[in-house]
Ligand binder design. Structure first.
Ligand code: HEM
Length: 454
């Protein structure tokens, strides 16, 4: 008698793959192009194998709604986010259930509009300092790569928002340590062999642990300094004060470490990449940059300082930023684990499988966007179709820092465009690189000059 081998019971169309590795090589070679092709060729639910894992790539707004507005916890963060826990512990980004709810409740008030408005001056001053440094490049005609500048600027802003005071000396160390940690995590997130090996001692593993220890040391020092200083008016103070006097417990020292590190990391890398892509697109489309400059002149006149209320009026600038994040969503994939057998798009998905929502794939789908590959900020004069635009995610786990990021990016873009013409450096290659965030692989080199009429 032959024993019949029972095949797994889920089955969406999908590409063939390599033995053992499945579709991992195609994914690693060009994740963005691969995902786009798969949805075009196989439809809205595509079944992929990444090594031993089954993954369902989802391409329809209805699926986005089902996953993010999931009322009965069918989907969890689980799976892929586990690797990020090695760095962020149980911070808000990586935790689940009641633990997550409590943290979100405690930290969210620090991000309310009234709190954010108080950060305008700090953001403005920090940007002004960078503009002064950029002036030298404009004057001596040397091109520059905007990526490290944006990383430093976004990091400095989020660290200052959290801790106030002078944190300049820590910014470079945080940035370097995070880069090492991110490379390691991004590798083991997508490569199951690397993930297995990560349990063994290795040079990479040691460097990762050293980077995490450095980040820990800085955060713990800053928290300690605060314990011995007067209360301040910053986000950390709001978080420290939260949970006293009502039924919530305040965050413990360990929880504070995880939350502060989460905010620092989640709050700079994404923003910095969105800004870097902004300079790429504005240097390619100078008319869009000129329209920003006109708008800034109309709203600010001769005033130097940008006020919070001004930012609400810079609607074209905001459209540009939205369009940049459509074409280059900083978080290009949002994974979820299937917690119990379910059906989506007519496909059975077993517990333990992974679903992948890719803002990139949705943002470039011609069914939902006219001329999806084209740069057209005016498309954001109207609201996108529901669940087709998700740079900040959706539902209860939507980005906590959305308004912070939009405010910060609007301010930076307005101030820089007012100060400089930003032109492309001809011949410099521009390609996306899929790490945890979508980065420009070769940086974004631009030539700065002073505008003829500021
Ligand atoms: C352009 C900038 C940003 C983008 C594109 C972005 C994107 C996202 C996305 C897509 C998520 C949802 C992930 C998921 O559902 O699994 C998220 C979550 C989160 N983001 Fe952002 N983010 C940005 C800036 C920021 C900033 C500035 C902060 C804080 C200062 C921040 C803090 C967070 C936190 C704490 C979460 C977790 C929320 C939760 O799970 O309750 N982000 N972000």
């Amino acid at each position: 008698m032959f024993t019949r081998i029972s095949r797994p019971r889920s089955y969406a169309p999908g590409p063939s793959g390599y033995p053992l590795l499945g579709n991992l090589p195609q994914f690693q070679r060009d994740a963005l192009g691969f995902m786009l092709r798969m949805v075009q060729q196989h439809g809205d639910v595509v079944q992929l194998k990444l090594g031993p894992e089954t993954l369902f790539l989802l391409g329809h707004p209805e699926h986005v709604r089902a996953v993010f507005l999931d009322r009965d916890a069918t989907f969890s963060k689980g799976g892929r986010w586990e690797t990020l826990k090695m760095l962020l512990g149980d911070g808000m980004l990586t935790s689940e259930g009641e633990a997550w709810k409590r943290k979100r409740r405690l930290v969210e008030p620090a991000f309310h509009r009234s709190q954010l408005s108080q950060l305008t001056r700090m953001m403005s001053r920090t940007t002004e300092a960078m503009i002064t440094a950029w002036g030298e490049h404009a004057d001596d005609g040397q091109p520059l790569d905007v990526c490290p500048w944006m990383m430093e600027l976004a990091l400095e802003i989020v660290v200052r928002a959290l801790f106030s005071g002078d944190v300049t000396s820590d910014v470079q160390t945080i940035s370097d340590a995070f880069m090492i940690a991110q490379r390691y995590i991004s590798r083991i997130t997508w490569d199951p062999v690397a993930r297995l090996r990560s349990h063994l001692p290795s040079r990479r593993r040691r460097r990762f642990e050293e980077a995490v220890a450095q980040l820990d040391a800085i955060v713990l020092r800053l928290l300690n300094e605060r314990r011995h200083s007067e209360p301040r008016e910053d986000l950390l103070q709001m978080i420290l004060d939260a949970g006293h006097g009502d039924e919530d417990r305040p965050l413990s020292p360990r929880e504070l470490r995880d939350e502060v590190l989460t905010l620092m990391i989640a709050g700079h890398e994404t923003t910095a990449n969105a800004l870097a892509w902004t300079w790429h697109l504005l240097s390619t489309w100078p008319d869009a940059a000129r329209a920003i400059r006109d708008e800034v002149r109309d709203v600010l006149g001769d005033r130097r300082d940008v006020e919070f209320e001004d930012l609400q009026k810079l609607s074209w600038t905001r459209n540009v930023i939205q369009e940049v994040m459509r074409l280059y969503p900083p978080l290009w994939f949002i994974p979820r684990s299937v917690e119990r057998d379910t059906r989506l798009g007519g496909v059975h998905m077993p517990r333990g499988a992974m679903v992948l929502v890719s803002p990139y794939v949705l943002h470039l789908d011609p069914r939902f966007w006219d001329n999806p590959a084209g740069f057209d900020p005016s498309r954001f004069n109207e609201r996108p179709q529901p669940y087709t635009y998700l740079p900040f995610g959706m539902g209860s786990r939507t980005c906590l820092g959305r308004n912070f990021a939009l405010m910060e990016m609007t301010l930076i873009v307005a101030m820089v465009v007012r100060a400089f013409d930003v032109a492309r450096v001809p011949g410099h290659p521009v390609r996306p690189m899929t790490m945890l965030t979508l980065r420009p692989r070769y940086g974004i080199r631009v030539q700065l000059s002073r505008p003829a009429s500021p």
